[in-house]
Design a protein around this ligand. Sequence first.
Ligand SMILES: NC(=O)c1ccc[n+]([C@@H]2O[C@H](COP(=O)([O-])OP(=O)(O)OC[C@H]3O[C@@H](n4cnc5c(N)ncnc54)[C@H](O)[C@@H]3O)[C@@H](O)[C@H]2O)c1
Length: 357
Amino acid sequence: MKVNIPFRRLEEYSANILSAAGLPEDDARLVAESLVDANLRGVDSHGVSRIPIYVKRLQLGLVNTRPNVRVVKETGGALVIDGDNGMGQVVMQRSLELAQERLPSTSTVSVAVRNSNHYGSGAYFAKKAAAANAAIFLYGNAPATMSAWGGRERFLGTNPYTFGVPAGSREPMILDMATSVVARGKIIQADQLGGQIPEGWAVDINGDPTTDPEAALAGSVLPFGGPKGYGIALMVEVMAAMFSGASSGPEIGDLYDDLDRPQGVGAFFTLHNVSAFQPLDQFGRRMENLFEAIKASGPANREVLIPGEIEARAALRNQEQGIALPQAVIAELEKLSQDARPLAGDNPAMENAATRK
Ligand SMILES: NC(=O)c1ccc[n+]([C@@H]2O[C@H](COP(=O)([O-])OP(=O)(O)OC[C@H]3O[C@@H](n4cnc5c(N)ncnc54)[C@H](O)[C@@H]3O)[C@@H](O)[C@H]2O)c1
């Protein structure tokens, strides 16, 4: 069963939990906003269901609550940033700001980030870049949960790859994807909710296909597109780890299982100032025309979508209706919260909005 929670209430509630766990208020708000943003966009695997493990890692002192996120090397438009083991979202937000400060004078900035942690959904940062009239390519590495193509042991992460670009008066194009068939968070979610997963997402420890999420989590997720997805996951690994000096492959601490060390993940992104390449208005108009033409290219009975469109529509809907959270997630958040009011159903307006599914 799910209960709809107004997103602002969920943000405030989540921020309070994170600040009680030791994050400065602004950082707690940033992390909460990024997680709720994923829920708004329908990417529940990277939403507030991550708060319990974030809190656990904060309580264990595995994440630095006051990181000194700093540029350790700068050459032309290239920055190497040390995240000082801060929360992934905090490190990425600061890194994005550092890149944006430099963008007007250089047109393209490349940023390699090390000593970071799980940053959640890449779309949160891609939307910010697009809002600043920049395109972004973002690569992040992740704990080893996927075998190399033909390999036996888990070596690579679900290494997310995100691209964002403004599109005039339309929503930006946001391609935001794990390089596994689906993000592993979706398997974790199925495990938490007691469901099955479709065949083709993962194999068990013997390398046999499985629909059991528990067996899948013990085994290995599969890359999208066979060896091509593996190749892109490896490309992401090279950019995120080798350019930054971050941990790589099995060296990376698992968010859930390695509760004795920091994660040490890395990221790499390039920001491209649109107006350094084309007049902004003209670029926007051409992007609108491109997307209109693509959408018009489909059959009458089926809509052609632009990457990010499903999520942008979900966000509009969920801003109105609230975010449908499983009772199990609500119960976990309420257990962590010091707020005496329950998350669900504590004011009349919300009760009216609460729809049971
Ligand atoms: N931080 C991490 O370590 C980590 C690791 C892996 C994934 N992630 C995140 O997990 C999230 C989910 O990843 P996923 O791969 O499961 O996403 P997904 O498979 O749901 O979507 C991937 C992309 O495909 C696009 N898309 C889907 N259907 C489409 C259609 N019909 N037409 C056009 N475009 C379409 C979506 O808009 C999205 O951009 C992402 O936010 C990613 O950043 C994070």
